[in-house]
Design a protein around this ligand. Sequence first.
Ligand code: F6P
Length: 341
Amino acid sequence: MKVGLLTGGGDCPGLNAVIRAVARRSFSRGHEVVGVREGWRGLVDGIFEPLGGSEISGLLPRGGTILGTSRTNPYKLDGGVEAVLERFAAEGFDALVAIGGEDTLGVAARLHAEHDLPVVGVPKTIDNDLSGTDYTFGFDTAVTIATEAIDRLHTTAESHNRVMVVEVMGRHAGWIAVMSGIAGGADVILIPEQPVDYDDVVEGIRKRHARGKNFSIVVVSEGCDLPGIEDTGEVDAFGHVTLSHRGVGEVLGREIEERTGFETRVTVLGHVQRGGSPTPRDRVLATRYGLKAAELAYTGQFGQMAALRGDDIVAVSLEEATAELKTVPPEWYAVAQAFFG
Ligand code: F6P
C-alpha cells in the first residue's frame, strides 16, 4: 500500500507524533509512506516527500509539522478538486491520512462523499472544537501553556495590585479560556458562547477588592463578542473571520481600567499557545490517533476519523465530526463561574 500523509490548517504540538505513529505502523506492514507538503496545497500542486526511517526519527517531542501546513482550500481554487484527484491517482496513492481540524477534515469529508477519495482523518486543533471526539490533540499543550502564563501573571498582579487581562486563542469556542481559567484560578472568564456584560465583569472585580483581594485575573477568549468591537471582515480561504486583529484583550482591559480605576495590564498569548513540544498527554493521544488512522487506512475504513471517546480510541465518520462545531456547554461554564468574583 502507498499511504499519503498531510497536515493542514493551523499547526499544533503533536502533529509530528501522529506522522511518526502512522509511518511506524505502516512501515511494519511493509507499506510505503509519502508526505504531502503543506496541506491540501501539496495535492493541488503535487509536492511530495517520501518518508523513511530517518525522516521520522526524533519526531515524538518535536513541535510544528515536518510536512509544513497551509489553509489551502481546493474547493476555492479553480480546478483545485480535479487537481487533487489527478495528483492522487498519478502518485499511485492507495490511501490518504489527513491530519487537521474542521476545515482540513471538512475538505476530506467532501472529497470522500463526492469523489470516493480513500481518506481517513485525525483530529487536530488547539481549539478542541471538533465534534465526534472528546479531545483533539494539541489542546492539552495549549491549555498547559495558558495555565502557566496565568500562574505567572498571578504573582506579578498581586505584587502590583493590578488587574491582568489574558487573551487566549480558541476561535469561536471558549475551551482554552475555560480550561486554563479553571486550572489557573481566574476570577473572570469570558468566552464566545456566553454574552458579555461589562457591568457583571466590573462588579466581580469590585467584589474581590471589597473583600481585600487587590488584584484580579481575567481570561478572555479571542472570539468573544465584546461591545465596541467591530470585525474588519477579513476572512481566510474557509470563510473564517480573522480574529487576531480584533484586539479583544486591549478593548476589555481599557474598559475595566476606565470603569474601576484599577490599574490594568493586558497579555495576548497568541501563537505561543501553538508552539513548542507537546505535553505527555498530547504525545500519547497523537500516537494513539496515528496508530488508529493507519489501521483505518489498512482495513479500508475510509471516510472515518480516529476519535477519543472516554478512554477508548474509536472510529467516527468524518461527516459527523465536521457537521458542527463543538462549543463549550453551559455546564462547563458553570464550573468556571463558581469561582468568579
Ligand atoms: O485554529 C487554531 C488557531 O490558533 C485559532 O485559535 C486562531 O484563531 C487561529 O488558529 C490563528 O490563525 P493564524 O495562525 O492563521 O494566525
